[in-house]
Design a protein around this ligand. Structure first.
Ligand code: PMP
Length: 425
């Protein structure tokens, strides 16, 4: 079946033909590629066409598609049973290893998605502080829990509905949205409402409004203000966790949050998430405390096996150095191609996350991101796709590299980019 025929078939039974909105190509137009298989840096669609993949399942596949060690671990785990709903040694081992990688997670719990992780962290922060208000930042996406779906990034931003219908006004009344990277605005807000704030949640490197690194000043202000006012600082590292640094963004910036959420990489492509942090806060989670949180499939043995195998690969000496060097080569090459093209173009990376922007300089704020030329991006996206390079189908998503992306992939991507840039009017 062709991509088009499958898309038509999908749209009759699945809203928009997809199980997560950005996959539908609405922002860029055209037909999504239906994927038949992946290996290493590549995916193949149902028509047999090959693509260098920079979506990587939206971040999880840090070792590339179907890494033999991960597949072997998953296969072995599956043979022993798909789920028990009873505790296993492997989930304890994964929790211990995550705690070593991200030492601020003195205790943690495994869940099944990033959304569950942030939703649970929020409830915990509210239960712990006895306060209701939360502060988030414009363009940051923290999954699709009601309280967090206000001026959100990712698909919400891509489709121009950053605040979802169906979210009761009462629920979001307790959510305050401030400008990302504006330490002054955050300080002002704390000065007025400090004793009401349960939590400040942020993406330390925002990856759901394209790529916008938090500034050290902004993240440092968030840390000190939360400490001073007794609010819980939550770093949502679902995307950045084990991606921008072996110790996650908090390892890179050397800022210690109270709670952290993880997902994506820690499951190597299987559904997983985690939230954790200070022992005194985590002690409020059931069955130790009064904040309820649970999951039939949480700590799933197959997902845990994929996570452990992925961590084995990632923690091997030199893994991150090589991965970050690859990403740097890609971004340097893109910047050179952009400069030669004469277009308003820039690219930037943090670890193995990268951003491509149709503006002169990488953005530092949501307002900067909004100035990017989306029409130029759409032309570029389709020209890249035709040349066998699959970028995220939105100007508002970060890109990812994996350890499977080699010099040939980068060279082919840059050759495609030079041609694609020439096609932009
Ligand atoms: N937080 C961040 C920072 C994310 O990037 C995402 C997903 N892209 C989520 C939370 C939600 O994760 P999930 O899609 O697994 O629910």
């Amino acid at each position: 079946m062709s991509n088009e025929a499958l898309f038509a078939r999908a749209q009759r039974i699945i809203p928009g033909g997809v199980n997560s909105p950005v996959r539908a190509f609405r922002a860029v137009g055209g037909t999504p590629r239906f994927i038949a298989r992946g290996a290493g840096s590549r995916v193949w669609d149902v028509e047999g066409r090959e693509y260098i993949d920079y979506i990587l399942s939206w971040g999880p596949l840090i070792a590339g598609h179907a890494h033999p060690a991960v597949v072997a671990a998953v296969t072995a785990a599956a043979r022993g049973g798909l789920s028990y709903g009873m505790p296993t040694e492997a989930e304890v081992t994964l929790a211990e290893r995550l705690g070593r990688a991200v030492p601020s997670m003195e205790m943690l719990r495994l869940v099944n998605s990033g959304t569950e992780a942030t939703m649970s962290a929020l409830r915990l922060a509210r239960g712990f502080t006895g306060r209701s208000r939360i502060v988030k930042f414009e363009g940051c996406y923290h999954g699709h829990a009601d309280a967090l779906l206000v001026k959100a990034g990712s698909g919400a931003l891509t489709f121009g509905h950053p605040s979802s219908a169906g979210v009761p006004a009462d629920v979001v009344q307790q959510t305050s949205v401030l400008a990302f990277n504006d330490a002054g605005a955050l300080a002002d807000f704390f000065a007025r409402h400090g004793d009401e704030i349960a939590a400040v949640i942020l993406e330390p490197v925002a990856g759901n409004m394209n790529l916008v690194p938090g500034t050290p000043e902004f993240l440092g202000a968030a840390r000190s203000l939360c400490t001073r006012h007794g609010a819980v600082l939550i770093f949502d590292e679902v995307m950045t966790g084990l991606r921008v640094h072996p110790g996650s963004a908090q390892g890179l910036y050397e800022i210690v949050p109270d709670l952290t959420t993880l997902g994506k990489v820690i499951g190597g492509g299987m559904p997983i998430g985690a939230f954790g942090g200070r022992r005194d806060i985590m002690g409020h989670i059931a069955p130790l405390g009064a904040v309820y949180q649970a999951g039939t499939l949480s700590g799933n043995p197959v997902a845990v096996a994929a996570g452990l195998a992925t961590l084995d690969l990632a923690m091997a000496p030199g893994f991150y150095d090589a991965l970050f060097a690859t990403t740097r080569r890609l971004v340097d090459g893109l910047n050179a191609a952009g400069a030669a093209s004469g277009h308003a173009f820039s690219a930037h990376c943090v670890g193995s996350m990268f951003g491509i922007y149709f503006r002169e300089r990488p953005p530092a704020s949501y307002a900067d991101v909004m100035q990017c030329d989306r029409t130029a991006f759409n032309t570029f996206f389709h020209a890249m796709l035709e040349r066998g390079v699959h970028l995220a189908p939105s100007a508002f998503e970060a890109g990812f590299t994996s350890s499977a992306h080699g010099p040939q992939d980068i060279a082919a991507t840059l050759a495609a980019a030079r041609e694609a840039l020439d096609l932009i009017p």
